[in-house]
Design a protein around this ligand. Sequence first.
Ligand code: SF4
Ligand code: SF4
Length: 493
Amino acid sequence: MNVRAQISSVFHLDKCIGCHTCSVTCKNLWTDRKGAEYMWWNNVETKPGTGYPTQWENQEHSKGGWKSDGNSLELRSGGKGKSLLNVFHNPNLPTLDDYYEPWTYRYDDLFNAPAGKGQPTARPVSMITGKPIDPQAGPNWDDDLGGSKLYAANDPSLEGLSDEEKQQLFATEKMAFFYLPRRCNHCMNAACVASCPSGAIYKRGEDGIVLVNQEKCRGWRMCVSACPYKKVYYNWSVGKSEKCISCYPRVESGEIPGCYASCVGRIRYMGVLLYDADKIKSTAMIPAKELAAAQRDMILDPSDPAVISAARSSGIAEHVLNAARRSPVYRFVKEWKIALPLHPEFRTLPMIFYVPPLLPVLAKVENGVANMAEASFSSLEQARLPLRYLANLFAGGNEMEITAVYRRLIAVRLQRRAATVGDIAAADVTAAQQEVNAEMANAIYRMSALTSMQERIVLPPLNREMSIEAVVDPHEYRGSAGFGIRQAPARRW
Ligand code: SF4
Ligand code: SF4
């Protein structure tokens, strides 16, 4: 057992209000610079919708992530040979139109325009050319319009839905959408790391944060196309790739990442997960529909004496193990099984997990009135967001996996409703308790609704000065496209 510790996250989508405070915090902290205008290391998109950059989930277009026939694992964009051929021209990059042309407004005109009959206006101007533009796209262009035909119809995750399901989704009176905050997943099997010809991207051994060494980066941009989540960006001003750094300077000085600190909906949880690095390759080759469960199986129980002993042998310190035992992420993902990775079929083993949105499936509308008392497990079949769509997003298309999560979430909601309002039938309460027992339902409710920042975010103190720097990668397949990719070992904290 090769135990690693990773700082990982859960985003509770029922709590996200789509305020974009997280995105703005990140922009002010890290990407308010020349060449980074169009970058949103953290963005929030409306789903169903095409997202940012548009159609990022369509891997036919950008060849991101890994592919596997069950026996081998290789980057969708190709191995070392192809990467060499494309080194001076990468054909799989998103274009500026896929992102948007960043713009600002001529605010000065509001103050300095000569006196006239009309109100002065601030015209939009391109932040790249400085010339006036007519904006046609933006990082959240389809905000709150995700359910509308115009945008939602092009969502790649609608693949496989019947015409009837699509009609149900787009019918104006039933239109439903939710917000999906996204940042780099700091994946276990990061495609960006494996694709880099310069070995500039690496995963820190001590906490799993994936970083771009700016001195080594040569701007080949293989990472931009290889990341299936499109969370590496090219800075056209300095000629280097950049990405979310999980606010490591803040984390190392005892602060939490900016987007977590500022999250208005308190949807973000952060904590240590332990996993067995020896299983990365075999897990990443598993059929798509089994990947979400297989990734959950890789996560180790931090209270298991065998795991503790193996973790100590791997150099993981006691205070990291202590933090792992108090990890809210472990509870959501492993104990309660209500958080799933986004698009596990990309095979990067992402380390942000999502509690899928419950809201659209619970209330039953009768004569135009939402009747919560009528809500029960049967409401799952009448979900306004088709389960197949949610399965495409969070379970590699496995509807049984997503149904199991929803049954647990509904069981918690029914028990809380019974406790606080008292209008749930006794038979439904009993059925709910068989799904999730009363103690666990209370714990899930507490963690979802009542916790303080200290319980939502549990990080061990970092002593960066004690860390061991990168050594040769132990997973030879990581070098399939890069040349001598490195991964730091688990560090003695
Ligand atoms: S989300 Fe993309 S950029 Fe982040 S670690 Fe995974 S593959 Fe790399
Ligand atoms: S700050 Fe929190 S609630 Fe607001 S959009 Fe971001 S993740 Fe959602």
